[in-house]
Design a protein around this ligand. Structure first.
Ligand code: ZN
Length: 256
């Protein structure tokens, strides 16, 4: 309750500071790092102390029309919005959590149990590091962004700065990261046979490394010569926040 009240206060302050006319605000989009129930009313996650959290609690504190959406699904929607509506792709979000979205023919697929795109828990090595989900060797344990930032004082930008400067220790960490990422990307390509978009915090720094990732992924795949199906996300920062907001705009446009 205190959390929801604080969110409400911050949103009101943001609106006041922006000078926007409150009457013209379509609503608030809330991106959440976890699984939402089919009607969006309950939120569960392993990364926050929230079990069966009622999203209406936040809605009441906002005093605005609101919607809640899974963070990686929101980022996938942002990636899709404004582009070819018939496009198929999977979006892999590499932030401090690892997730994704499956976008087929212009729609983000939720799956039968609302867990479509939980790529962070694809098992890459049953004897690997323990994941917060309880399993071992999940993609999350290898490719969450904090694995990189913690090597550089908690700053991802510093990690990539040191890497670009030729730091041998960072290079070793990055090579291991790319190997696991290539493994995951290849699994997604095999499963969905469409573009794989690399996004999230790490996606924003991927430009100089995309060829290395493509080469590693291609080496794992007998059908693909060059890994050209791997792309970097169009929206480099705050994609999930943008996606949550764009859902309101998209709904509004459909009413015109
Ligand atoms: Zn896991």
């Amino acid at each position: 309750m205190r959390y929801a009240k604080s969110v409400g206060e911050q949103v009101r302050r943001l609106i006041a500071d922006s000078g926007a006319d409150p009457a013209r605000i379509l609503g608030a989009g809330i991106s959440l790092p976890g699984i939402l129930s089919a009607d969006g009313s309950l939120f569960n996650t392993d990364v926050l102390p929230a079990k069966n959290y009622r999203t209406a609690t936040i809605g009441r504190a906002l005093d605005l029309p609101y919607l809640c959406v899974n963070d990686a699904n929101a980022a996938g929607f942002a990636e899709m919005w404004g582009s070819d509506s018939g496009r198929n792709f999977v979006y892999l979000s590499l932030s401090n959590t690892v997730g994704g979205a499956i976008v087929l023919s212009g729609h983000v697929s939720a799956g039968d149990t609302r867990r479509a795109g939980e790529f962070g828990h694809i098992s890459l090595d049953r004897n690997g590091p323990l994941c917060y989900c309880g399993q071992k060797g999940c993609l999350y344990t290898y490719c969450n962004a904090a694995n990189l930032s913690k090597r550089a004082g908690g700053e991802l930008s510093e990690f990539f700065r040191l890497l670009a400067a030729g730091d041998a220790a960072m290079r070793k960490v990055w090579d291991r990261y790319l190997d696991k990422l290539a493994q995951a990307v290849n699994i997604l390509r095999m499963a969905f046979d469409c573009e794989v978009v690399v996004g999230g915090y790490v996606g924003a720094y991927m430009e100089p490394h995309i060829d290395a990732l493509r080469a590693r992924a291609a080496a794992l795949n007998s059908f693909e010569a060059d890994g050209g199906y791997i792309r970097i996300c169009r929206r480099r920062t705050e994609a999930s926040a943008a996606g949550a907001a764009l859902l309101h705009i998209d709904a509004f446009i459909k009413t015109i």
